[in-house]
Design a protein around this ligand. Sequence first.
Ligand SMILES: [Zn+2]
Length: 298
Amino acid sequence: MKLRFWGTRGSIPTPGETTVRYGGNTPCVEVRLSPEHLIIMDAGTGLRGLGEELIATGESVKSFIVITHPHWDHIQGFPFFKPAFISGNEFTIVGPESKQVTLRQMISDLMNKVYFPIQLNELKAKVDFHPVKEETIPIFDAQLKTCYVNHPAFAVGYRIDWQGQSLVYISDNEPFDLGITKQMKNVDKVIVEKYLQSKGDPNQRIFDFARDADVLIHDTTYTPDEYVNYVGWGHSHYLFSLKVADEAKVKKLVLFHHHQSRPDEKVDEILETCREEIRRRSYSFECIAAAEGMVLEW
Ligand SMILES: [Zn+2]
C-alpha cells in the first residue's frame, strides 16, 4: 500500500509561512493499492493538487472518493477536482448520509449555482454515489470497512484491508465519555446508542476497529490542555490518539487534522511530546505527524 498526504489540516485551509512544512490544505489522502487502483480519502482542499497530478498523467481515472462526513473541510476540494470535468473518468463517492440529506444531495448542494458556477449534473465524468452505514464493502480487490465515530451530526472512520495490509483513517473523532455520551445531542442518535451499548470503555469499538492496523491516521486536533475547553466539538487530543494506537496495537500512528492555529514548530513539539510519552509508557508503535507531500509505503 502506498499513501500520499495532500491535505493534513483541520477545519479550514491555512496557507502561509508558518504552515509550509505540515501544510495548509484540508484533509485528502491518496491511497494506492496498485498504480491503477486509487482510493481517495476525503475531498478537502488537498484534492485539487491530486487532481492536477492525475491530469498530468494523461490517463483516464476510475477511482473511489471516500468521505468521512460532509463538513466543509472534507468536501470543499471536490468542485476544483479537474478529473471530474473530463469524460471517460469515473468516480464513486462513498460516504455517510443523514436522514435529511442524501450523499448525492450533499455534493450537489456544495455546487449549487448560488455558490459555484458549475453544477454536479454538468460534470463530464461519470459520478456515482454509494451511501454507507456501518458495513464492509468490496472496493477493487480490497475490503473497505466503516465505523461510526464521535463527531457532530454523522461521521465515520474507514479501514482498508488489502492482501494482509491494513490502513485505518479516522480523521475527526472525539473520545467517548460514558457520562457525556448519555446527554449528547449534537451527534446522531443512532451513533450515540451504538456506543452506549458498550459495557466497558465506550471507545472499545474504535480500538477494535483499528486492531493491528499497519497504519492508523487519527485526529490530533488538540493538546490535552486545549481539549478541556472544546469537549463536544468532535476532536481528539494527542493522549487519546496515543491510547487508540496502543489499545489497537497498531504499528504506526500518524497524527492528523492539525489545528488551524498550529504553526509548524508547535506540531513539532506535539510530535516530540508524543514520542516521549511512547518511550515513557513503553508503547511499541512508531509515531509521525502527517505532512503535505509525505509518502508512506509498505
Ligand atoms: Zn474536519
